[in-house]
Every structure is written in C-alpha cells, then in structure tokens.
Design a protein around this ligand. Structure first.
Ligand code: NI
Length: 193
C-alpha cells in the first residue's frame, strides 16, 4: 500500500508530469492507490497524494471497495468547459478531519485517458463532477484550502497550522526526510513519467 502524504508535504505542491506511457508499474500504482483510498475511507485520490508526481487520479464515488464497476482511473485529465457554480462541503485525505465549503463548477466537460489507452470525453455533475475538479486540482499543486472563502479560511487556519507543526516535528524526529530530500525524490520520479 502507498502511504498518503499530509499537508504540507512538498508532493502536494509539485506539478505532476503528464503520463506518456502506461507501464505495469503505473497500473500497479493505480491499484495500490485504490487500497490506500479505501483504507482512508475516501472517494478519490490523486497520485501526488502518494508522492507520485504523475497526472493520474482515481475515483470510486461510492467509496465502497465492493463496487469495482465504479472504480475509475484518470490519466492526463483536462477540463474543457465549466458551467454554473455549486457550493458543497469537501474534505481531502491529505487534511484528515478538515471539512469546509468549496465553490466549484456545477457541470464540467472533461477529457482524459484510461489505463488501456482509450481517450474519453464526458460531462460530469454531482459528486463525480465535484470529485473530478478536486482531484484535477491536485495534479496542478492546487489544494481545496486554496479555494476557501474568507470565512472558511479563518475557520481552517488552526487545523492547517497544526498539520504544518506535525510535519516539522516529524522531520525533526527524523520520521520523514527534509523537504529538500523529498523534492529531490520527486524530481527523480518525475523523470520516469
Ligand atoms: Ni484531496
């Protein structure tokens, strides 16, 4: 299983590289991401959240590991068109237990590739539309805390500061490498995209 990294791990701000070939390693990483996501009771997970700097994310909007038909892997996703706005409560597996309202497009026309190389274009709304936009942002180093309104920003401030303290403490204790080392690893992995 791939461990999910928490804010402010540098992988979360690292711009993910487009996937140029689907290797067995990439397939395996996608499968491991599903395991990590279910373990954390999530409905979506982006590769940067497991410190892989690739344009790949997964969704199972049921969150139910039994519903394999709802498992989807998105490679090199693009948003072609946005329509309307919808505000809803969001969380993120890299910010455990932080939930805030985020305003997003109500309907999105999107394009992506699947693991078998198929190009898909579709229109998403509701939870799939919201989750797509959230995970798509992760591939560009954008986090849901960046999208909070002024009240949400104030409400989330304490929780965000606590994540930042935890990260620094873990580094001090040597439980995780320094940001410079983590960045060097990401650069190495990015070359393999
Ligand atoms: Ni997230």
């Amino acid at each position: 299983m791939l461990p999910i990294v928490l804010h402010p791990h540098p992988a979360l701000r690292f711009k993910a590289r487009p996937v140029t070939r689907v290797t067995d390693t990439l397939r395996q990483q996608a499968m491991q991401m599903f395991e990590s996501m279910y373990e954390a009771n999530g409905v979506g997970l982006a590769a940067p959240q497991v410190a892989l700097p690739y344009q790949m994310f997964i969704l199972n909007t049921s969150g139910d590991p039994e519903q394999k038909d709802l498992e989807k892997v998105f490679l090199n996703p693009e948003v072609l068109e946005k329509t309307g706005t919808a505000e809803g409560t969001e969380g993120c597996l890299s910010f455990p237990e932080l939930f805030q309202k985020v305003r997003r497009a109500k309907i999105v026309r999107v394009k992506y590739q699947t693991l078998d190389g198929t190009e898909v274009e579709e229109t998403l709304s509701g939870l799939p539309g919201k989750a797509f936009q959230h995970e798509y942002d992760h591939l560009h180093g954008v986090l849901f805390i960046d999208k909070l309104g002024p009240i949400g920003k104030i409400a989330a401030r304490g929780a965000i500061a606590a994540f930042e303290r935890m990260h620094q403490q873990a580094q001090k204790k040597g439980e995780i490498p320094s940001d410079a080392e983590l960045l060097a690893r990401l650069e190495e992995l990015a070359k393999l995209a």
